[in-house]
Design a protein around this ligand. Structure first.
Ligand SMILES: [Cu+2]
Length: 89
């Protein structure tokens, strides 16, 4: 007996991955040059679950992608600890 097509019956494995991943772009006023961006990148990538960190020193913004066990709170805390607190928490 054949019923609905599989793609309609199941959300698919990709959805599970997609749901876990989060991304945020934040302003970091203390970031002044590429060196600052490199420091931020290096520190955040030490946190388990942080997937990528892309800093733009001209815009003073960083785009961060992460998944569990990393959390935004943990990332924001790490930024504050190294002297680059995000302008939004
Ligand atoms: Cu700098």
């Amino acid at each position: 007996m054949t019923r609905a097509p599989a793609r309609a019956a199941s959300p698919g494995p990709n959805l599970l991955d997609g749901c876990a991943m989060e991304e945020r772009t934040v302003s970091i006023p203390a970031m002044h040059c590429g060196h600052c961006a490199a420091t931020i990148s290096r520190e955040l990538l030490e946190i388990e679950g942080v997937e990528s960190v892309k800093g733009d020193a001209e815009k003073k913004q960083v785009r961060i992608r992460w998944k569990p066990p990393a959390t935004w709170d943990r990332i924001a805390e790490a930024l504050a600890e190294i002297g680059f607190p995000p302008s939004v928490r």
